[in-house]
Design a protein around this ligand. Structure first.
Ligand SMILES: NC(=O)c1ccc[n+]([C@@H]2O[C@H](COP(=O)([O-])OP(=O)(O)OC[C@H]3O[C@@H](n4cnc5c(N)ncnc54)[C@H](O)[C@@H]3O)[C@@H](O)[C@H]2O)c1
Length: 276
C-alpha cells in the first residue's frame, strides 16, 4: 500500500486479514506510526465486537510492515496506491513504483475519480495498471470497482479480479471513466440535493426523509455527503466536472462555502447536520 490514511489503512487491514503479507508506505515516520496505529485500533475494535478473535488480530498485525522508502517495494507482486486525490502526486508515485517494483508487478490505484490512464502513462507498463476502487469503511463495504483502461491487459484484469475476490469483495468492472459507476451516479444526486437546500425548495431533513422512506435509500444524500466528507464530495465533483464539463457535476456555491468554512461533515462535527 502507498498511503496509510483512511483508505490505505483499511485496505491494508483487509489484505492482512485475508492472509497477504502487506507493506505500507507513508511520507514520514510520524504519519506511518499513526497509520499503523489506526489499523491496530480498527482490529482491536473488531475483537471487542467479537467479529474476529484475538489470535486473528495478532496474525493480521504481524503480516503488516511499514516503510517510508518506495524502494522497499522491490519484492512486491501488487502495489495499491491510496495517496491523496491529486493527479500530479499520483503520477509521480506511479513513476517511482515503476522503477522500484519487479517487472511483472501490477500497479493499482484507489482513486475516486481521476484518470487511471494518465497514471498508467507515467509508467513503462501500462498493461499492468488498473484501478481497484474500495469503499469506506473498507472492512465493512462489500463492493470493489475494478477499473480497466484501454491498455490494461486481460491477464491484469483477471488477476485484479481474483485478488478482489480473495478479499471477499463483490466486483464490478468498469472502463476508465470519470467517477466510474458509483461516483458518476451518486455525485449528481448529492449535488442536486445541495442545490435544493440552497434554493430553499425543501429542508435538509425532508430531502433525506424523502429519499430514505420514499425510495428506500439507506441514507439520504445530505447525510451521505456528511459521511463522505464535504471536501471529498467537492473534490470528486470538481474532478468529474473538469473532464466531462457537464453542468450536473458543477459544484453548487453552498458546497464550496461550507468547505471553505471548514464545515466538512462528520469528521469536523458539522456539515449539513451537527454531530456530537
Ligand atoms: N475517503 C473515502 O471515502 C474514499 C473512498 C474511495 C476512494 N478514496 C480515494 O482513496 C485515496 C486516499 O483517500 P483517503 O481518504 O485515504 O485520504 P487520506 O488523506 O486519509 O490518506 C492519504 C494518505 O496518503 C499519504 N500520502 C500522500 N502522498 C504519499 C506518498 N507519496 N507516499 C506515501 N503516502 C503518501 C498521506 O500522508 C495520507 O496519510 C484518494 O485517492 C481518495 O480519492 C477515498
Amino acid at each position: 500500500m502507498v498511503g496509510c490514511g483512511l483508505m490505505g489503512g483499511g485496505i491494508a487491514q483487509v489484505c492482512a486479514q485475508s492472509g497477504y503479507a502487506v507493506l505500507v508506505s507513508e511520507i514520514n515516520e510520524e504519519l506511518l506510526r499513526r497509520g499503523l496505529a489506526g489499523i491496530t485500533a480498527s482490529l482491536d475494535r473488531a475483537v471487542r465486537k467479537e467479529r474476529i478473535g484475538a489470535a486473528d488480530r495478532d496474525a493480521a498485525v504481524a503480516r503488516i510492515k511499514g516503510t517510508t522508502d518506495t524502494g522497499d517495494f522491490a519484492d512486491r507482486d501488487l502495489v495499491i496506491e491510496a495517496a491523496i486525490e491529486d493527479l500530479d502526486i499520483k503520477k509521480r508515485i506511479f513513476g517511482e513504483l515503476d522503477k522500484a517494483c519487479p517487472e511483472n508487478a501490477l500497479l493499482a490505484t484507489n482513486t475516486s475519480c481521476l484518470s487511471v490512464t494518465e497514471m498508467a502513462r507515467a509508467t513503462g507498463r501500462p498493461d499492468k495498471v488498473l484501478g481497484l476502487h474500495f469503499f469506506n469503511p473498507v472492512p465493512a463495504m462489500k463492493l470493489l470497482e475494478v477499473i480497466r483502461t484501454a491498455a490494461t491487459s486481460q491477464t491484469t484484469l483477471e488477476t485484479g479480479k481474483r485478488f478482489g475476490e480473495s478479499l471477499g469483495k463483490t466486483l464490478v468492472i468498469v472502463q476508465d471513466t470519470p467517477g466510474f459507476i458509483t461516483n458518476r451516479l451518486a455525485c449528481p444526486q448529492i449535488l442536486n440535493a445541495i442545490r435544493m437546500v440552497e434554493s430553499g425548495l425543501a429542508t435538509r431533513e425532508d430531502i433525506d426523509t424523502a429519499m430514505t422512506l420514499g425510495l428506500n435509500f439507506p441514507m439520504g444524500p445530505l447525510a451521505l455527503a456528511d459521511f463522505i466528507g464535504l471536501d471529498t464530495v467537492l473534490s470528486i465533483a470538481n474532478g468529474i466536472y473538469e473532464r466531462l464539463r457537464e453542468p450536473q457535476y458543477a459544484a453548487p456555491g453552498l458546497l464550496k462555502e461550507m468547505v471553505a468554512e471548514g464545515r466538512l461533515g462528520r469528521k469536523t462535527g458539522r456539515g449539513f447536520y451537527e454531530y456530537s
